[in-house]
Design a protein around this ligand. Structure first.
Ligand code: ADP
Ligand code: MG
Length: 370
């Protein structure tokens, strides 16, 4: 069993605090993604779990063991990096066998393990090639095989797909999540901690996602929960494409005021608010704005339309703020070239953030006292 727990985990480099006492509980068999912009300390955190980076404060537990002082080889982990770092002078077979050879496993066992892993990853025809004779995707599969063959309790991935082109990245995403599912189905403990800066990778791969910023955890939740109920402005802006519209304004008398425009919020939204800040930010995803002719809506001036096939991305100006909405090609055509558009946010999918601290104050059950 390999649950992984980070308890008040801290990392200081010289006088710079990179990780600010984070707590994270990863269940046995869970696929946890750490996501955040470059420099937010994803790698530092992962490397502390791996034992490649000393822990400044707090504790890491793998299974029921505290591993702070255990060397990497004793932690029952395997790591896959962006630079797959295969031994260049060894054939694929040798690269796969290396860890087991060092561990002194018998020849027959190693051969059987190579055969099994090669089959799973469909790299059997590559076993007698040198790394330089492999494509990027093939090399990454061998790197994956080298981790898999160790039968670790925890897999650690640090941006393993960043060096691949978009198409290959998409197919490797599926391959890795499939592999995780298969290992789990076979009853093999296969907890995964997967680091990426790419929110699409995070959303498509993670059972849960831990969103980080500047060495702190912003939110830990399932992809669906993050998308529908972002806890703060950072998560709201980071998850989802195109990005959520975040419009500066103020709350006044059950209306959201943006420049000269007032949008009636209605009970759907008002009943969800937990506080009533003055300065606030209205958040609505481009997918949750619909073109309307009448009724409460925001009026914006269309500046550009990007045709994506089935959908059209409308870029517009709303009181000096940029606004994006996603509409169908049919809805776009029905506009008939009109420059002024009226957009109504879906009240159920509209968020209000307190500007002073970034918190989403429109999450469930916040009903204000009258
Ligand atoms: P990420 O993987 O999210 O891009 P890192 O974990 O690599 O971020 O880095 C987190 C922060 O710690 C960054 O500000 C980085 O510059 C700093 N950092 C990383 N490694 C070192 C190091 N060896 N010495 C000093 N600062 C470091
Ligand atoms: Mg990194």
């Amino acid at each position: 069993m390999a649950r992984v727990q980070l308890k008040n985990l801290e990392k200081v480099y010289g006088s710079f605090k990179a990780v600010h006492g984070i707590d994270l509980d990863i269940e046995d068999g869970e696929f946890m993604v750490l996501v955040g912009p470059s420099g937010c300390a994803k790698s530092t955190t992962l490397r502390m779990v791996a034992g490649l980076e000393e822990i400044t404060g707090g504790e890491i537990q793998i299974g029921d063991r505290r591993v702070n002082d255990l060397p990497p080889g004793k932690r029952s982990i395997a790591m896959v990096f962006q630079n797959y770092a295969l031994y260049p002078h060894m054939k694929v077979r040798g690269n796969l066998a290396f860890g087991l050879k060092i561990a002194g496993r018998p020849r027959a066992e190693i051969d059987a393990a190579i055969e099994q892993v090669a089959k799973i990853l469909e790299i059997e025809p590559l076993l007698d090639r040198l790394p330089k004779q492999l494509s990027g995707g093939q090399a990454q599969r061998v790197a994956l095989g080298r981790a898999l063959i160790k039968k670790p309790e925890v897999f650690l991935f640090d941006e393993p797909l960043s060096n691949l082109d978009a198409k290959l990245r998409a197919s490797m995403r599926v391959r890795i999540t499939d592999l995780h599912r298969r290992l789990k189905a076979e009853g093999l403990s296969s907890t995964v901690i997967y680091v990426t800066h790419d929110q699409i990778e995070a959303m498509t791969m993670g059972d849960r996602i831990c969103v980080m910023q500047a060495g702190e955890i912003m939110q830990v939740a399932t992809p669906k929960e993050l998308y529908n109920h972002p806890a703060n402005l950072f998560v709201a802006g980071f998850i989802g494409t195109p990005e959520m519209n975040l419009l500066d304004g103020a709350l006044e008398n059950e209306e959201f005021v943006i420049g000269a425009q007032r949008l009636a919020l209605g009970p759907h939204v008002m009943n969800r608010l937990s506080t009533l800040p003055g300065q606030a930010v209205l958040g609505v995803r481009p997918q949750h704005l619909s073109l309307v002719r009448e009724g409460p809506a925001l009026t914006a001036r269309l500046s550009n339309a990007e045709f994506m096939g089935h959908e059209v991305y409308l870029h517009a100006d709303l009181e000096g703020r940029k606004l994006v909405s996603v509409v169908t090609a049919g809805e776009f055509e029905a506009l008939g070239g009109s420059e002024l558009i009226r957009l109504r946010p879906d009240p159920a999918m509209l968020h209000i953030f307190d500007k002073s601290n970034g918190r989403n104050i429109s999450l469930l059950g916040g009903r204000l006292a009258a």
